[in-house]
Design a protein around this ligand. Structure first.
Ligand SMILES: [Mn+2]
Length: 349
């Protein structure tokens, strides 16, 4: 297991020097942030990022993420040129030493929450999604009031995208993903990089847009499209775990046993019967997921990929990017390191 930490570049209020001081920290998970989806990443920007990370005594070998242009997901005629750009970005980051690339195939919006700063009993704040809040929202008519969404979309453009996805539907999105994977995975193989798809967050259709990476059936279908270790998963315990139907420890054991997990996002969520959930501390007792069973499944299947503590709460008065503060993610890393050490020693007995 290689412990890693997401960093948002120079705009991130957390200095790399602080990240380095988290016990056991090895890798930085980052991206070139000043380039739009569908554009080539300047090699100078990649190299500058690498240098900064290495100067701080850390390793830059995971990218999160290289975004997939909507035309690729919609299967539009222009997709071929965007796929060529994507391949070039794989080659460029590989040249800088990157071994794993996280991406997702969610239409229009990445993760969705209804509130980013819900206060818990202990005064900490975290991201939550409450179904009653979600159901009362209509992104096409209310304006883009949901947190975490790309507010740069104009209303007309958004409407066009929604219509495009309604037209192709779920099977059309699978076709687009198949076309994309068959084009890029051979490049990833050549470059010795693992592509690692992030599951839908949350794992359910949002506002009628199709979602296809939400459960074990989807993951099986995804992995069969190109049967290669380069076609792998970012297994995000919190994303998959926000659906009560997903048995996360069993999924981890299965896909790690198949050597198809490139990257682990580890966090805990507290789930409710109606599909609502709250992000909580990483500890098993704080939420619905058994983080010990998840770690044990990784250790027993010989997982040697990347792990990062996923979203944390905001604690100790910290302000910053919701989910990406220093303190709670550092506590998460320390907790996960403890679980790994215990499981590894237990296995050696
Ligand atoms: Mn995640």
């Amino acid at each position: 297991m290689k412990m890693s930490f997401r960093w948002y570049g120079d705009a991130d209020p957390i200095p790399l020097e602080y990240i380095r001081q988290i016990p056991g920290m090895r890798s930085i998970v980052a991206a070139v942030y000043d380039v739009k989806p569908g554009e080539v990443w300047p090699q100078e920007s990649i190299d500058a990022l690498k240098k900064k990370v290495e100067d701080a005594g850390l390793v830059f070998d995971v990218v999160e993420s290289i975004p997939v242009h909507e035309d690729i997901k919609l299967g539009r005629p222009t997709r071929d040129e965007y796929i060529e750009v994507y391949k070039e970005n794989i080659r460029r980051v590989a040249r800088a030493g990157v071994k794993c690339i996280c991406y997702n195939f969610m239409p229009v919006f990445d993760w969705t929450r209804t509130q980013l700063d819900k206060t818990a009993d202990d005064g900490s704040t975290s991201l939550v999604m409450y179904m009653d809040q979600l159901q009362s929202l209509d992104p096409l008519n209310d304006g883009l009031s949901l947190p975490g969404w790309d507010s740069s979309y104009q209303k007309a453009e958004l409407k066009r995208l929604f219509e495009g996805y309604a037209e192709i539907g779920t099977e059309g999105l699978w076709d687009s993903l198949t076309y994309f994977l068959k084009a890029i995975i051979p490049v990833a193989e050549q470059e010795d990089v693992r592509m690692a798809i992030h599951p839908d967050d949350p794992p359910m259709p949002i506002f009628g847009l199709p979602r296809i990476i939400s459960n074990a059936t989807d993951l099986d279908r995804f992995l069969a499209i190109v049967d290669s270790p380069a076609n792998s998963l970012t297994l995000c315990t919190g994303s998959l775990g926000s659906s009560l139907g997903n048995d996360v420890p069993t999924m981890v054991r299965k896909y790690s046993g198949m050597n198809r997990i490139g990257f682990m996002h580890m966090r805990n969520v507290k789930d409710y019967e109606d599909g609502s959930f709250e992000e909580v501390a990483h500890l098993s007792s704080a939420g619905s997921l058994d983080m010990y069973e998840i770690t044990k499944a990784l250790v027993e299947t010989g997982f040697d990929g990347y792990v990062r503590p996923d979203h944390g709460r905001m604690i100790w008065g910290e302000t910053g990017k919701p989910g990406y503060g220093l303190y709670d993610r550092a506590l998460g890393a320390a907790y996960l390191n403890g679980l790994f050490e215990a499981c590894e020693k237990e296995m050696k007995k």
